[in-house]
Write a protein that binds this ligand. Structure first.
Ligand code: F3S
Length: 298
């Protein structure tokens, strides 16, 4: 019989779980509630919340009068907090505490420091961080882009700088950026704000893949962290990427004895459980079939 092992870090990180739990807890209350932006990039979760009366809004103006607005784990710029306060809506702030800490750091220092943000400028988390900078700031998505800012002389040597990172920034790129900046900036304070949840998930996936003869990676087809998990596992054993539990039926798991399962950051625990249940049923059927075949042959 095949052994199925689920990675402990599969699926939601602490901050996302907290935001999703907040939204579902709110759904049980009578007050009208909406989330500012999708609580998570998972259509099943967004739909399920919608069915329970929690709708997604893109702008504060779309919030029904008297409703409560949930801020998701990515956080929002300071001006959005101000707009929400002015709108009179009750606010539930589900910003991940690790992201909130970055807001407070940049806000504290930005009066007299230039803030350097290692991250993707179009990502809502980075928009939120930038939105707490009171003075100048620069955003760069990788060490190469930082190089071009340095070459364009956009970082005068003796200015005071604060360096922070988007929580999901690559640790490899981060090290390169730190090295470069240390050479150029003489007055630089570094805050390593990368969250280890993603790294831990990748590390555990690789350890599990190394012990398994097949890995199932669950997550959205367009999810970059899921694709990364699949590519890391793919280097160590046969790896199958799926989005939905039903897709397990299309996989040929015959002959595998140790199968590991992990999931990307936006995969809810119920989907992981369902995949496990479906796999157990298929593998049990296969076992029974091969036992019957054995009996037939004897
Ligand atoms: Fe998740 Fe918060 Fe880290 S949202 S990835 S626990 S910064």
């Amino acid at each position: 019989t095949a052994v199925i092992t689920i990675a402990q870090t599969a699926g939601f990180c602490f901050g996302v779980q907290r935001a999703v739990d907040t939204a579902f807890a709110q759904a049980k209350k009578p007050e009208k509630t909406c989330t500012l932006g999708e609580i998570i990039h998972n259509p099943q979760i967004v739909e399920s919340l919608q069915e329970q009366g929690i709708k997604t809004i893109e702008t504060i103006e779309q919030a029904p009068p008297g409703s409560t607005v949930i801020i998701r784990s990515h956080g929002v710029p300071k001006k959005v907090y101000e707009q929400l306060a002015a709108s009179g809506h009750k606010v539930i702030d589900a910003t991940c505490p690790f992201v909130r800490k970055i807001h407070l750091t940049v806000e504290k220092y930005s009066k007299d420091h230039t803030i350097l943000i290692a991250g993707d400028i179009s990502h809502p988390e980075v928009e939120g961080i930038a939105g707490f900078c009171q003075g100048s700031y620069l955003v760069f998505p990788c060490a190469d882009q930082l190089d071009s800012l340095i070459n364009k002389q956009m970082l005068p040597e003796d200015c005071p700088y604060i360096l922070v990172a988007q929580t999901t920034f690559s640790t490899v790129e981060w090290k390169k950026c730190v090295e470069k900046l240390k050479k150029v900036c003489t007055n630089l304070k570094i805050f390593d704000t990368i969250c280890i949840a993603t790294e831990k998930r990748q590390q555990e996936a690789m350890e599990l893949a190394a012990k398994s003869d097949a890995m199932i990676v669950i997550g959205g087809k367009h999810s970059s962290n899921t694709a990364k998990l699949a590519s890391l596992c793919g280097g160590l054993c046969d790896t199958f990427s799926i989005e939905r539990p039903q897709e397990v039926y299309d996989l040929d798991l015959m002959g595998y004895t140790n199968i590991g399962v992990t999931a990307g950051a936006s995969t809810p625990a119920c989907i992981i459980k369902e995949v496990h249940k479906t796999m157990s049923e298929i593998l049990k059927d296969q076992d029974e079939l091969s036992f019957e075949e054995m009996l037939d042959q004897s």
